[in-house]
Design a protein around this ligand. Structure first.
Ligand code: I3S
Length: 128
């Protein structure tokens, strides 16, 4: 995928629009709320903002702030099992702090790229 730079010249490793929902927060199950989110993988963090009309948007520059951020260090990533969602190509991310997220798109290749990127991130930053 494309290497993209933010306005402050810091590398964003991966970004794009995905369907995202939390399923667990602080170890407790929460109601699904699938939302189209602008998703950025940056260092060991995943950042999400609401997707506003599909245009390119950026964190930084004082324009928008992430709606939520997830620290991937010590977390895990796997393809979600069928009982987690009826959707296709669903990635499940679990954090050390007991947040579980589902990330999805109908584009299989796109999700394979995300899966690899998340796995790389988690293995690279696991022991920090
Ligand atoms: O795991 P669930 O509860 O079957 O998830 C579905 C629900 O969140 C549903 O909304 P409500 O039942 O709250 O109205 C969503 O519309 C579905 O998309 C959820 O399931 P999928 O399989 O799409 O993740």
């Amino acid at each position: 995928s494309a290497y993209v730079q933010d306005p402050n010249d810091k590398p964003s490793e991966k970004c794009g629009v995905l369907n995202v929902t939390k399923i667990t927060e602080h170890g407790k199950k929460v109601r699904k709320n699938w939302t189209s989110s602008w998703t950025v993988l940056q260092g060991s963090s995943l950042l999400f903002t609401k997707n506003q009309g599909g245009g390119t948007s950026w964190f930084g520059g004082g324009q928008s702030t992430p709606e939520f951020t997830v620290d991937l260090r010590g977390g895990s990533v796997e393809w979600a099992s069928k009982d987690k969602s009826s959707k296709k190509h669903v990635i499940e991310v679990k954090t050390r702090r007991g947040t579980e997220l589902l990330m999805q798109s109908d584009n299989e290749g796109l999700m394979s790229d995300w899966y690899r990127a998340l796995l790389d991130t988690i293995s690279t930053h696991a022991w920090e």
